[in-house]
Design a protein around this ligand. Structure first.
Ligand SMILES: Nc1nc2c(ncn2[C@@H]2O[C@H](COP(=O)(O)OP(=O)(O)OP(=O)(O)O)[C@@H](O)[C@H]2O)c(=O)[nH]1
Ligand SMILES: [Ca+2]
Length: 495
């Protein structure tokens, strides 16, 4: 018995095994804690809603981003959009209450799409563009009443309403540029940026970074940003009255100067024949001062379908005569040298997509030929070929395409070479191109001025290093116990 006990006491292995077991448990516990602590929490999302109150219609966009990554990059995505039925809010000037009512259907949709528990913290913004700019110029109190009606309607929803306001042309252009470059991940990576071309119904914007522009030549066209640690000096200009619908009014005003009863319009298809009212045509501040005296109530709008002649009329809506700067686009507006790739959206896309002309590697001459053939197609044939396209859109593609080509080449000075730098786009990675996302990112401070600090190690690397260090420490600990074992085995203690 006593010999057996002596053997046990001489043998240090049971102690060693206990130490090893405790050590292994400690390592497992350490690694588990490290892994759990660093695991992303179950994904929770935050939301933001922006209403784009454009001249032709209003659209609602819902954006979503992971709750812990407000300050991070390239993570905000559009999850839903809703097109408000009816015209833009500026068209309700004589019945403002209806402007508010018109938004309710899309707002109810937003209530369903955003999880209930996030409603009260979800910011809701309404930004109005050129339609309201024109109404405000024409009749300030009517514009105030429309805003009152719209605000009243939006406040009834459970979101955090942040107000409704008119965006300046600079803001509209700059936020469109931010959207495009944010979605393309160009800002975070400090890559060459993409210019933005937006063609709305009542105004159009051009925004790009040009290395020979520092803002000094025409300060009103300059917007500076510091985003993710990079400085940007953006050139931007918004041409009020040069959106597709108002430009058409300018073009028709050219043709009705003398107050004729009939016009044979080269920008409309042969066989097109509609009676239109002079007061409707001249109802906007873009043309109201040009209304011919003593014109009849209506005119017959007939189509001729001649692209070259259409180009001639369209050119007349631009003023190329005066420029007090080193270089201009048109109407005496400064524009630096075009630079880099461009994304062209809204009506640029609608029109070019309809005509299968979104591929800009097609030579400009071939593009012109295609538009020429399309314009010359009889109206009856066009309608028969596109029975499911809204007639209001269908009748305007000939003018739309001619206007786009003229604006790009004669207006902004794109050449047959630089035309291929343009991409006609609708969406980027699932989000619509337009000013709304950039507007929300700005108002929620979601783009930091400085590049965010990133952890020096990726998650897997961090876990491996912690594990390795733990094992190493444990081995060191065992080694440090060795003299103790030796002593134990040389001088066994006998109880
Ligand atoms: N073909 C076609 N045209 C469209 C469509 N949606 C809008 N448009 C037209 O394209 C032009 C520009 O539309 P938007 O970009 O929505 O213009 P907006 O935002 O209302 O106007 P702004 O306030 O000037 O920005 C207008 O003439 C619209 O009537 C569409 O789905 N198809
Ligand atoms: Ca717009």
């Amino acid at each position: 018995m006593s010999a057996q006990r002596e053997m046990k006491e001489k043998n240090p292995w049971p102690v060693t095994i206990i130490i090893i077991v405790i050590g292994v448990i400690a390592i497992v516990a350490l690694v588990t804690v490290a892994v759990l602590q660093n695991m992303p929490l179950s994904q929770k999302y935050k939301y933001g809603i922006v209403l784009d109150a454009g001249s032709s219609h209003t659209a609602l966009y819902i954006y979503e981003w992971p709750a812990e990554k407000d300050n991070n990059t390239g993570r905000v995505e559009q999850t839903h959009s809703c097109k408000v039925k009816g015209p833009g809010i500026s068209s309700y000037a004589s019945d403002p209450w209806k402007a508010g009512e018109s938004l309710k259907e899309c707002m109810k949709e937003a209530e369903m799409k955003v999880p209930g528990k996030r409603h009260h913290e979800t910011p809701l913004y309404l930004g109005a563009t050129a339609g309201m700019r024109l109404l405000n110029m024409e009749n300030g109190s009517a514009s105030d009443q429309v805003f009152q009606a719209v605000e009243g309607a939006l406040q009834k929803f459970p979101f955090s309403f942040q107000g409704a306001r008119i965006l300046s042309g600079q803001e509209e252009g700059a936020f469109g540029w931010v959207t495009v470059n944010y979605l393309d991940d160009r800002l975070k990576q400090g890559l060459e940026t993409t210019g933005a071309l937006d063609l709305g119904g009542a105004s159009t914007q051009i925004s790009f970074v040009s290395s020979n522009y520092n803002g000094s030549e025409s300060p009103s066209n300059s917007v500076t940003f510091r985003l993710y640690g990079n400085n940007y000096n953006l050139y931007t200009h918004s041409f009020l009255c040069y959106g597709k619908d108002q430009a058409m009014k300018l073009m028709l005003a050219q043709q009705t100067k003398s107050g004729p009863e009939t016009i044979l319009d080269p920008c409309f298809h042969p066989g097109y024949n509609e009676t239109k009212s002079y007061s409707d045509l001249y109802n906007s501040p873009c043309v109201s001062n040009r209304k011919p005296q003593g014109a009849p109530a209506t005119f017959t709008h007939m189509g001729r379908g001649n692209f070259q002649q259409c180009q001639e009329v369209v050119k007349k809506v631009f003023d190329f005569t005066s420029c007090k700067y080193s270089q201009c686009s048109f109407n005496g507006v400064f524009q630096p040298l075009l630079q880099g790739p461009f994304g062209a959206f809204s009506a640029y896309y609608f029109v070019m997509n309809f005509l299968n002309l979104t591929n800009t590697s097609i030579p400009l001459d071939a593009v012109r030929q295609k538009i020429k053939d399309y314009c010359a197609t009889p109206w009856k044939q066009v309608m028969a070929q596109h029975p499911d396209v809204k007639v209001n859109y269908l009748q305007e593609y000939c003018f739309g395409a001619t206007y786009i080509l003229t604006l790009l080449t004669e207006g902004y000075n794109f050449t047959s070479e630089s035309y291929s730098n343009i991409k006609f786009i609708k969406k980027i990675k699932g989000s619509d191109a337009g000013w709304t996302l950039g507007y929300m990112l700005n108002l929620t401070n979601m783009i930091p001025a400085e590049a965010p600090d990133t952890p020096p190690l990726p998650h897997a690397g961090y876990v491996s290093i912690v594990t390795l260090m733990a094992i190493l420490l444990f081995i060191l600990f065992l080694v440090s116990l060795r003299p103790l074992w030796r002593r134990c085995s040389k001088h066994p203690r006998i109880i």
